[in-house]
Ligand binder design. Structure first.
Ligand code: C2G
Length: 146
């Protein structure tokens, strides 16, 4: 029974997250997610649109996810691996090399990140699409902003 472990903020869950979760789960029998707490996001200087409880509820609804627990610190991973008996830590390739030191505790694998999608890009696109055109913009121009 191979247990796979991954971590993240998973704000505004999108296809890049789902691709990661699906591929991580396929590498074992169970997938457990260390979900960044709101306080840890502040430490990561990452503003999540959704609070922890909402991000957790969304993750638990994903068929590839078997359990979720809070990620509060950078340093907890080794303890998590031991506590859970994790066989494999999986992260996206933007983290390549960052967690190699944990290979003392379990296998570490980085999966190619899904290109052209991120929570930040989604937020920027929503802002662009919902920001009224400046006064005086022609209807034609305004239409092209849709
Ligand atoms: N991801 C991906 N493709 C994307 C976006 C994200 O594969 N287009 C992956 C990331 O590489 C990460 C996971 O999805 O493995 C979650 O991404 P984030 O929610 O952005 O998490 P992050 O801020 O990277 O937090 O201690 C580790 C950190 O908590 C990871």
């Amino acid at each position: 029974m191979a247990l796979v472990l991954t971590y993240g903020t998973f704000d505004l869950l999108h296809v890049g997250h789902v691709n990661l979760l699906r591929r991580a789960r396929a590498l074992g029998d169970r997938l457990v997610v260390g979900l960044s707490s709101d306080a840890f996001n502040a430490l990561k200087r990452k503003h999540a649109t959704q609070p922890y409880a909402d991000r957790e509820a969304v993750l638990r609804a994903i068929r590839y996810v078997d359990d979720v627990f809070p990620e509060e610190t950078w340093e907890q991973k080794a303890d998590d691996i031991r506590r859970l008996g994790a066989d494999l830590l999986v992260m996206g390739s933007d983290w390549s090399g960052h967690f190699d030191d944990l290979s003392r505790h379990c296998a570490v694998h980085y999966l190619p990140r899904t290109e052209n999608i991120s929570s930040s890009l989604l937020k920027a696109e929503i802002r662009r699409a919902t920001t009224p055109a400046p006064a005086g913009t022609s209807l034609l121009m305004a239409g092209s902003r849709r």
